[in-house]
Design a protein around this ligand. Structure first.
Ligand code: PRX
Length: 658
């Protein structure tokens, strides 16, 4: 571990509270008691093929059974359930309808202006079939990539499932990304079609999604894209290009509701989802059919354990992996009622979430620590105005949760009746990896607790050795698991090097490096300390510092830029940029605002720096490397500690202390 990285995981833990599952909680869950978890864990460890093979046969429908469970003969390129044929949309729809559960509500959707749609499994099935046929009509066939750039409307889930039905991998691009970011993703994936909407409602604004698509495609800059399917959502005026654009409501309803699912090979691609890494442009994380389906299904079932009459709500956006696995695929594969909400809490409606829980009598609620911290700051008087007694389980995802926020969540939202599941995972892992099982695992505020059955997690040092209890190190996964990403789209070398061979002393051993620092306590519990690479996590959104730096230097006034994260009470981290200008450019308030807007334009407003500091030069080592550790301390207003002897020009530091 280099000094940069070890500096990031020095935090000492002092949290010692433990919450055992209460008697009533114990009785509610299928995986009851710690012994049961241990049995499952030990079985998965001692005979993984049997464990996963049995689970795959039991939990999924197969057109043709697989002949091998895991083929790891060419690591890190895994093949799970080779020889098998299945279809994710079949597992999410047809089987429930065939089992006589067609009238059960699959999706309860609430729009930002307040409209509500309840879509049964039967109705969802019909809509997905029609949309799948429409995609075929647009010339999409098995293997073609379809991009989605959508607001949180049911059509987003319908489109994902329609793609899965015909074997066209989808690539969902979060609607908050800019047209530039969209264009990069369309070109990298060579998308053949884009599904979008005229616009979307976000907070109290209307966003211009179609306009962004038009900009991304202007001047033939994405030649692979042949058609754009447009959902009418906001009714705003948009440009329409008849040889390329088609309205959803004009195409879909006239299609046949009969669309047999494509029989997909287990390892056929299900989707590509872009995420930020420490180097260069965002990478397309590839997930395939059977392994991903099984992992989203099983983890959802183990952790949330949703009953037949219960209602589950995850507040993520479908543009992120959490939306993929825990709004769409996990819940629907399990035949559960999942809530999809277009809105977000905001000053004009601070009780929006609690109002939704009260009205829909939601039982399981899954959200991000950032949201919890914001609610906590606004005070308990807001949630106290609502009846939250339907809740029985609360989850968090996306960033470390501080013990105060964990306790507040448990007491104020859960009224001390709900276990908290702090779930650690990543876009790359496909589904949850480290999390309590609510009926089995004693919880500790701020710890994601223990790995799920089949997950061999460890904390190691840069020599590849497991570190002792309470020592910081790299979080790694030592065995393949079904939901693991299969490759980086178009760049298998990056997959190999960044994830499986990153820790040089154990080269050749193929250990998955997550990019996070962690420590384990005396009970083996994992405490995730955050990223140790150049990735920052702002409100649970992952951003590469290099991406933001490239956006800054693409501005004509900027000579050099360095971006770091600064601890933020609500957002976890906020973005601070140090910028040096070309010699003929003057620093000014106007330019500062222009640069912030420039980053929003290049990436999206989630990447907008909170602070930009102008400087004549950046602190560098004599070999020319920017010393980010120093910048992080400066951004946080801390004393610059540690070795500065390698700094080329010590005067730079004084200048940066603004
Ligand atoms: O740093 C970890 C943090 O989020 C990163 C993954 O980001 P992304 O791929 O966007 O997926 C987010 C949703 C799964 C991880 O490397 N992270 C995620 N969950 C937790 C977390 N950090 C601490 N505790 C968590 N529960």
């Amino acid at each position: 571990m280099n000094s940069e990285q070890s500096a990031k995981i020095e935090t000492v833990l002092q949290e010692e509270r433990v919450f055992e599952p209460s008697e009533s909680v114990l009785n509610r869950y299928s995986i009851k008691g710690f012994e049961k978890y241990k049995q499952m864990f030990d079985f998965a460890k001692s005979d993984p093929d049997k464990f996963w093979g049995e689970a795959a046969l039991r939990e999924l429908h197969w057109f043709k059974p697989f002949h091998s469970v895991l083929d790891w003969s060419d690591p890190p390129f895994a093949k799970w359930f080779d020889g098998g044929k299945t279809n994710v949309s079949y597992n999410c729809l047809d089987r429930h309808v065939k089992e006589g559960r067609g009238s059960k509500i699959a999706i309860i959707w609430e729009g930002e202006p307040g409209e509500i749609r309840r879509i049964s499994y039967e109705e969802l099935f019909v809509e997905v079939c029609r949309t799948a046929n429409a995609l075929k009509k647009l010339g999409i066939s098995k293997g073609d990539l379809v991009a989605l750039y959508m607001p949180m409307v049911p059509e987003a889930a319908i489109a994902m499932l329609a793609c899965a039905r015909i074997g066209a991998p989808h690539s969902v691009v979060f609607g908050g990304f800019s047209s530039e970011a969209l264009r990069d993703r369309l070109n990298d994936g060579q998308a053949k079609a884009v599904i979008t909407a005229d616009g979307g409602f976000r907070k109290d604004k209307i966003i211009a999604l179609k306009e962004a698509v038009d900009r991304a495609l202007a001047n033939e800059s994405c030649p692979s894209v042949k058609s754009v399917l447009v959902v009418r959502r906001t009714n705003q005026n948009i440009s329409f290009y008849p040889d390329r654009d088609i309205w959803w409501h004009e195409l879909i309803p006239s299609q046949s509701a009969n669309c047999p699912p494509e029989e997909m090979e287990s390892e056929d691609r299900l989707f590509v989802l872009y995420t930020s890494g420490s180097t260069g442009k965002p990478k397309g994380v590839v997930h395939t059919t059977a392994g991903y389906n099984l992992w989203a299904h099983l983890t959802f079932k183990w952790i949330f354990d949703v009953g037949e009459e219960e209602i589950y709500w995850c507040t993520a956006d479908v543009g992120w992996i959490t939306g993929h696995s825990y709004i769409v695929y996990g819940p629907l594969s399990n035949g559960v009622t999942t809530v999809m909400y277009e809105g977000v809490p905001r000053p004009s409606n601070p009780g929006a979430f609690w109002d939704l829980i009260q009205r829909h009598k939601i039982n399981i609620f899954y959200t991000a620590p950032t949201a919890i911290r914001a609610f906590m700051k606004a005070g308990r008087s807001i949630p106290d105005m609502y009846d939250l007694s339907s809740l029985r389980l609360l989850g968090t995802v996306g960033e470390p949760i501080n013990p105060e926020a964990w306790i507040w969540y448990k007491e104020v939202i859960g009224h001390d009746n709900c276990p908290i599941v702090d779930t650690w995972w990543q876009t790359e892992t496909g589904g949850i990896m480290i999390s309590p099982l609510p009926g089995a695992t004693p919880t500790k505020p701020g710890s994601a607790t223990l790995p799920l059955p089949g997950i061999e997690a460890d904390v190691i040092n840069s020599d590849g050795q497991s570190v002792e209890a309470n020592q910081g190190g790299y979080l790694v996964i030592k065995r393949p698991w079904p939901g693991m990403m299969r490759t980086v789209h178009g760049n298998p070398q990056r997959f190999r090097e960044n994830y499986w061979e990153y820790l040089s002393p154990i080269k050749g051993e193929h250990v998955y490096f997550a990019g996070d620092g962690a420590r384990r306590d005396n009970d083996g519990y994992f405490w995730i300390m955050g990223r140790v690479d150049d990735v920052i996590n702002v409100s649970g959104h992952r951003l590469g510092t290099m991406e933001i730096e490239s956006a800054l230097v693409s501005h004509k006034a900027v000579a050099e830029a360095a971006v770091v994260g600064r601890p933020d009470e609500i957002k976890g981290e906020s973005i601070v940029a140090f910028v040096s200008l070309d010699s003929d450019k003057e620093a000014s308030k106007g330019l500062l605002e222009e640069l912030k807007a420039h980053v929003s334009n290049e990436i999206g407003s989630i990447a907008r720096p909170q602070e930009i500091r102008f400087t004549n030069a950046l602190p560098k080592t004599r070999s020319g490397k920017i010393m980010r550790r120093l910048l992080r301390s400066l951004a946080a207003g801390e004393e610059v500690k540690g070795d500065t002897s390698t700094l080329e020009d010590k005067n730079v530091l004084d200048q940066l202390r603004t």
